[in-house]
Design a protein around this ligand. Structure first.
Ligand code: FAD
Length: 442
């Protein structure tokens, strides 16, 4: 029995009333795009602005993937974390990657402003927070690496956190003024509207079953097909279902939930006047953010990694129970607050945690932009720009930043065994931290 107020997509988004038609028949266009999330739509908008005809094929509806389900953090981060960037790359290269991520946020802010997108964007910055004093060491390590990379993070000790009114479970933090939080459902709905206004042909409830390695390239759907000069794979976590780049991206499931709106008294008690996005310094982070409707949206921490590369149902009650439990522990001053919605979604992750831009196929006409980990809100916009340029045979000035040798994920059962082992270690470390935090409070 479903005892959770489960949302099929998310608390941000439902299936729109006016769905675009399914593809019915055989058509020809300049460029076909598979996937109607942020990446697909930004690319489509860019190509339309360049005067090309574009068809977007979306198996469900625009926003049914990660773009309509995420937590809404806009951040200037990239890769696993700053210390790992410095381990993996030269300081110059690592700095370039960070400046790419910051630029992605600035471009998104500009896009929101120029297009008057009402997506409840609150540019209040984000805080990486410690729930136990021992995590301060990690914050300091990240701050040091951030410094070396030219990132402007401010360390907030326990006193500074209280002065700033950050909720009491978070004992120290690293504040980043870049970015903030938004409503991802409003963002994707606005992009869908802009794309349609620009003349993008969007076909919803239109899964691509096969993409031929041909010139022109041809996408086959249940009731029709599209021929085009080039195709763009904007399928992120769902990429494996097509016969292209099958082991480049692994899907990772994350559960989310939203509380009922906090009363004025509850808001006063909690503080959090700066309304910063908060994520914890755990190995598998927890995230907490306020919304425009004064609810708290939380998620993360427990992830589900599938055997193989295919996504499955997003109703995962075991994880809903666990994230609710963590929330109640952190915000124990509100034992009666109700959870109004639970949902989940699939992130797409590449082995080195960074997005990949590429082109494949015998005719070099199948382009792809995939694997944003938890930073797709800003970085899909840059990816869309880069894909639109690449499709037209030009190189975007920032495309070189993402160039590197990208390894495919190992095949099964190796990927599964390795990811289970890694997430087992991370969970154990987090469990110890949480036990120590509980003891501290007794
Ligand atoms: C729970 C969760 C929390 C997240 N939190 C954040 C966050 O706070 N900040 C952040 O920056 N990022 C976050 N992300 C990541 C972010 O949502 C993604 O990086 C971003 O949405 C990727 O956009 P996309 O367009 O590439 O992919 P998607 O939005 O997943 O779009 C891919 C689309 O392709 C369609 N599709 C797939 N296969 C086919 C096919 N064969 N035929 C037709 N259509 C197909 C799918 O239906 C889907 O609509 C989060 C993700 C999740 C799941």
């Amino acid at each position: 029995m479903n005892t959770f107020p489960f949302r099929n997509i998310s608390a941000w988004l439902d299936e729109p009333a006016g769905l675009q038609p399914k593809l019915n028949g055989d058509i020809t266009t300049d460029i076909l795009i598979i996937g109607g999330g942020y990446t697909g739509l930004y690319t489509a908008i860019g190509l339309r602005e360049a005067g090309l005809d574009v068809a977007v094929l979306e198996k469900d509806f625009s926003g049914a993937g990660g773009s309509g389900r995420n937590s809404g953090y806009v951040d200037g981060l990239i890769g696993k974390d700053f210390p790992s960037l410095l381990k993996l790359y030269s300081p110059e290269r690592a700095r370039e990657l960070c400046s790419f991520a910051t630029e992605a946020v600035r471009k998104l802010e500009q896009f929101i402003q120029e297009n008057d997108i009402r997506c409840e964007y609150e540019p209040n910055g984000n805080i990486m927070a410690a729930v136990h004093p021992k995590q301060i060491k990690k914050l300091k390590k990240v701050a040091e690496a951030g410094d070396a990379l030219g990132m402007d993070f401010t360390y907030l000790g326990p006193e500074a956190m209280r002065e700033r009114g950050i909720p009491s479970p978070f004992v120290a933090g690293l504040f980043d003024t870049v970015g903030g939080t938004l409503n991802p459902g409003l963002l994707i709905s606005s992009l869908r509207k802009i794309a349609l206004e620009k003349g993008v042909q969007l076909f919803e409830k239109t899964p691509v079953l096969r993409l031929d390695d041909s010139q022109p390239v041809a996408a086959h759907c249940p009731e029709g097909s599209v021929k085009a000069e080039a195709a763009v794979l904007a399928t992120n976590a769902y990429t494996n279902a097509l016969d292209w780049k099958k082991r480049l991206v692994t899907p990772i499931y994350t559960a989310m939930c939203e509380t009922e709106p906090l009363t004025t008294d509850q808001l006063d008690a909690i503080g959090w006047k700066g309304r910063e996005g908060i994520y914890t310094a755990h190995e598998q982070l927890e995230n907490y953010r306020l919304t425009a409707r004064n609810t708290i949206v939380t998620g993360g921490k427990y992830v589900k990694i599938p055997y193989g590369f295919q996504v499955s149902d997003t109703y995962v009650p075991a994880l809903f129970t666990r994230i609710e439990k963590v929330f109640r522990e952190r915000f124990h001053q509100f034992p009666d607050i109700e959870m109004k919605a639970f949902w989940g979604g699939w992130l797409g992750m590449v082995l080195d945690f960074m997005p990949v831009l590429g082109v494949t196929g015998r005719h070099r006409n199948i382009h792809y932009g995939l694997g944003f980990s938890g930073h797709g809100i800003p970085q899909t916009l840059m990816m869309g720009e880069m894909l639109a340029e690449q499709v037209q045979g030009r190189e975007h000035p920032r495309a070189g930043v993402l160039e590197r040798r990208v390894m495919a994920m190992p095949p099964e059962p190796i990927k599964w065994l390795a990811s289970q082992a890694l997430s087992g270690v991370f969970s154990s470390l987090d469990y110890i931290t949480d036990q120590q935090t509980r003891r501290l409070k007794q």
